[in-house]
Design a protein around this ligand. Sequence first.
Ligand SMILES: NC(=O)c1ccc[n+]([C@@H]2O[C@H](COP(=O)([O-])OP(=O)(O)OC[C@H]3O[C@@H](n4cnc5c(N)ncnc54)[C@H](O)[C@@H]3O)[C@@H](O)[C@H]2O)c1
Length: 284
Amino acid sequence: MKVLLTGGAGDLGQVLAPELVLLGHTPVVLDVARPGKELGEFVEGSILDRGLLEKTIASVDHIVHIAAWHGIHEFKQEKDAFDFWDLNVTGSINVLECAARNAKSKLVFISSTSVDDWPGIYAHSKILCEDLMRTYSARHRMDIISLRPRAFIPHWNRATYNTIGEWACWYWKGSVHINDVAQAVVKSIDALVSNTVQGHLVLTLDGACEFQSEDLEHWDRNGEGTTFKKLFGEDKYELAVQHGLNPAVKPKVIGYSDAQRAIGYSPTYGFGQMLDELAAKPHS
Ligand SMILES: NC(=O)c1ccc[n+]([C@@H]2O[C@H](COP(=O)([O-])OP(=O)(O)OC[C@H]3O[C@@H](n4cnc5c(N)ncnc54)[C@H](O)[C@@H]3O)[C@@H](O)[C@H]2O)c1
């Protein structure tokens, strides 16, 4: 199966492409930037070029729409409301309309839990995109899964994190690993192809969490750091603190039960793996 990845040269596309190849699919990356690793096919260009987009969509079996400016670009004030409108909103209607015109009825859209940050610019753009997904699904009988992952910028993205420690501090606040997001995309494709999911479905993606709800409800009731140490021990506590992570602040867990029920999503990467990675390469 040929799977179009719009914006596939970015972080998510680059983790997803090898997974698709392993499953016998051909990723078709459509991006303004050349991917670091070229797997499958690469089409250099923009989702704002409707002619190119339509030609590319006509040649694939399935679409994963990833390309967007994301929250970090608003946070750093690198992109403004016009930029978000042009790429996120116009880009999404281009993808949907080209898909509808070419009878491509299955699509995975990467939304974000940031929709809850409305009226932020990025949040608003994703809300508008989800509305487009819902409308196109109803109007053209398309089956669309909108995935809402939490933050998943990986620790090797040096434009965002200077060190793995910086990333760990962010991850601790509540996040999902990029590999688990890729897993959810693969499971979404399976669910759409097998017609297990029909219409438009919105699914939240959280990371794995080793803490029991009892721990989260009564965080550190036996003193500062006790909940963390109970699970991960004294050494990992020292390691975390050395890297600026504050174990007294409990991570925000939002869960993923809808995604588990609908597509069998089951994240494998939790705080334990994050601490193991930090211990293995503390200076990277
Ligand atoms: N990274 C996160 O923490 C996070 C969290 C939730 C949701 N998301 C969403 O996930 C998606 C991708 O995330 P990512 O981390 O891989 O982003 P990324 O910035 O690494 O990749 C985006 C890609 O889009 C490409 N692109 C930009 N303009 C384009 C255009 N006109 N046509 C085609 N491609 C274009 C870029 O070159 C880049 O390769 C986005 O939709 C984002 O909103 C990200």
